[in-house]
Design a protein around this ligand. Structure first.
Ligand code: PMP
Length: 369
């Protein structure tokens, strides 16, 4: 056996399998390690080895086939999955979708006016820069609306609520993959952003891409990306290409079936655990037709959006924290603190621990069902 000090922080015992009771279950943060077992099964075919002398140039001065090949792999994947129409659209790579979201805001503000545009989104919303964002009602002037579909934190397939000549929309499609939602129809929007983080789980590689209809918007985003980081790391592009090749080989069947199955099992366990509770409830997301799996299916969102139902439980995350569960309070998403977000896409160990902590919390409820 290994000494306790060599185990991960929250484990002990001779083979590090004993969860320490002092530790909290981690359901904070969207680290998508639920896909790690898939990549363990494809360790060899997904490996990348790069010799020291290889691909040293700046990516813009090295117009080799790498970015072109990556681009055609992405277009192929979207046509296999049916989640985006990519014909007649420009494509740009970014350091995660985060950089592309920033590039898009840059490109769309001051487009037709000397005043900066206001950025808005419907509550609850995910935001990198909360100070700049507002609720999407009651705004005048040039407006950029962020539409996150499926939404973080609640998994709803949001649609744009603002329309008109002074409105520009950025569609954040980070979670528009069969792991998390039915794919009712392909996205065909002016500006749509995807990320490898929630597709393959490689959040640390920092790779995202955007489809852009309008040439001027594309040029302005491209200028931002060149000034900001001079393009996306070649090493990252190489790794993304290798990963995409593995998933494209069978039309995405294996990874999406794995992701969908894993998320379905997790939602079943979570629903069962909370079905005993009068105190905590889960969001309801309508079933969607999935053109990829060719059936109507229950959505399996990346996050649980838990509501504390008791009048006195005004701060839901405090109650969960006291029961040794880490997550994020509703106010992080500009909503009521009666809500809290729990991440369901972390590792199997994190999820098992979350269920076990929830079970013991629910079992202590007065009048639990
Ligand atoms: N958009 C949404 C809705 C997200 O939830 C996240 C990450 N949690 C991101 C964008 C950023 O992802 P990345 O920069 O890793 O692509």
């Amino acid at each position: 056996g290994r000494p306790a000090c060599e185990c991960n922080t929250c484990y002990g015992g001779p083979d590090c399998s004993l969860f320490l009771s002092s530790c909290s279950a981690n359901a904070d943060g969207g680290d998508p390690l639920f896909l790690e077992p898939f990549w363990k099964q494809h360790a060899e075919s997904s490996a990348v080895v790069v010799a020291g002398w290889h691909r040293m140039s700046y990516s813009f001065s090295d117009q080799t086939t790498l970015s072109q090949e990556l681009e055609s792999l992405l277009r192929k994947l979207h046509s296999q999955v049916g989640n985006a129409i990519t014909d007649d659209k420009y494509i740009l790579f970014g350091a995660g979708s985060t950089q592309l979201l920033n590039a898009a805001v840059h490109a769309l503000s001051h487009l037709n006016s000397s005043f900066p545009a206001s950025a808005v989104a419907s509550i609850p919303y995910y935001a990198g820069d909360p100070a700049r964002w507002k609720n999407a009602t009651n705004t005048t002037g040039d407006i950029i609306e962020f539409v996150t579909a499926p939404n973080n934190p609640n998994g709803q397939l949001n649609e744009a609520i603002l329309h008109g000549p002074n409105v520009k929309t950025i569609h954040d499609r980070a979670y528009y993959w069969p792991h998390f939602t039915g794919i009712p129809s392909p996205a065909d929007e002016d500006l749509t952003i995807f990320t490898i983080s929630k597709l393959t789980g490689h959040a640390g590689s920092r790779f995202g891409w955007a489809f852009i209809r309008n040439e001027e918007v594309y040029q302005r985003m491209n200028t931002f990306l060149q000034l900001n980081t001079m393009g996306v790391s070649r090493d990252t592009q190489l790794r993304a290409m290798k990963l995409l090749k593995v998933i494209i080989e069978d039309g995405g069947r294996e990874i999406f079936e794995f992701g969908y199955k894993t998320m379905t099992k997790r939602w079943d366990r979570l629903r069962k655990t909370l079905s005993m509770s009068n105190r905590f409830s889960l969001q309801k997301v309508a079933p969607e037709n999935c053109t990829y799996f060719q059936k109507v299916r229950e959505p399996t969102p990346a996050y649980a959006w838990v509501k504390c139902e008791r009048e006195e439980d005004k701060n839901c995350i405090e109650i969960l924290n006291a029961a040794k569960i880490l997550g994020r309070g509703g106010s992080v998403f500009h909503d009521d603190d009666r809500y809290a977000r729990l991440s369901l896409i972390r590792s199997d160990d994190d999820f098992d621990m979350l269920i076990s902590r929830l079970e013991s919390l629910v079992s202590k409820e007065d009048g639990a069902k």
